[in-house]
Design a protein around this ligand. Structure first.
Ligand code: ADP
Ligand code: MG
Length: 247
């Protein structure tokens, strides 16, 4: 009888200070070409990373994989020591408690005021009312909205709404902050304010990953820049800059 010996690739030991590891990750949706195609990435605790690339290059797919909203078709994703492909459904909410998430379209509760939108995130993790009353004003002050805590979010400007979303993402002190085009709907001034706040969050120890099309900000901030194209990483540079699709 013939014996088949499957040789496993030697598994790489993930260093203790590495918080996100993608090992040869591909993701195919049921239709079309793979959205991600063999992506390998290592992100250390405390890094600030921009992800850039033209539309359709797989940036949002990558973010959704990190949130465990999607699972890879192949390859391994390890976040904070958890192999996301093996994570049980019932453990996903607990895993997400360590993540702050910001989207382009804010995704606030439109019928609630500013305070309630931020407090909501704390209630989900069962913080006491006493703690909520301490934490929410503090984080609203950080984003410059202390005076607007009673305002309905629909009465705020786009920049203010995104600051509420950022406060909501920050209030539980996430280990990782993920943002998918957070300044996509903002003017340059508000875009800078949001990016500066995210830099401040990073300086307090949170690992920050931002998908953006904002060339000016990327080029001014001298952070690590990962450039994607058609589902693969084409550049990954420390103190990098914005690359165009046709470069
Ligand atoms: P980006 O965020 O860089 O614009 P995406 O990750 O959204 O890119 O999309 C990558 C590719 O996957 C695109 O070709 C897109 O059309 C496709 N795609 C994204 N989401 C889905 C989906 N839910 N079903 C099928 N195809 C999708
Ligand atoms: Mg996208």
């Amino acid at each position: 009888m013939e014996r088949v010996i499957r040789r496993k690739r030697p598994t790489r030991q993930i260093p203790a200070d590495e918080i996100i590891t993608l090992d040869n990750v591909s993701k195919a949706y049921s239709t079309g070409k793979p959205a991600l195609n063999g992506v390998t990435l290592h992100i250390k605790k405390g890094e600030f990373v921009f992800i850039v690339g033209d539309s359709g290059s797989g940036k949002s797919t990558l973010i959704k994989l990190l949130l465990r909203e999607l699972v890879p078709s192949s390859g391994t994703i390890t976040v904070m020591g958890h192999d996301l492909g093996k994570m049980r459904h019932r453990n996903i909410p607990k895993f997400r408690r360590n993540l702050g998430i910001v989207f382009q379209d804010f995704r606030l509760l439109k019928d609630r005021n500013v305070y309630e939108n931020v407090a909501f995130a704390q209630r989900i993790i069962q913080k006491s009312t006493r703690e909520i009353r301490k934490n929410v004003p503090s984080v609203l002050a950080t984003v410059g909205l202390a005076g607007k805590y009673k305002s309905k979010v629909t009465q705020l400007s786009g920049g203010e709404q995104q600051r509420v979303a950022l406060a909501r993402a920050m209030v539980n002190k996430p280990t990782i902050l993920l943002a998918d085009e957070p300044t996509g709907n903002l003017d340059p001034g508000n875009s800078w304010e949001i990016m500066k706040l995210m830099e401040q969050i990073n300086e307090n120890g949170t690992t920050v990953i931002i998908v953006t099309h904002n060339r000016e900000i990327v080029n001014a901030m001298h952070k690590r820049v990962i450039t994607m194209k058609k589902g693969v990483v084409i550049y990954d540079e420390e103190e990098g800059e914005y690359h165009d699709e046709d470069e």
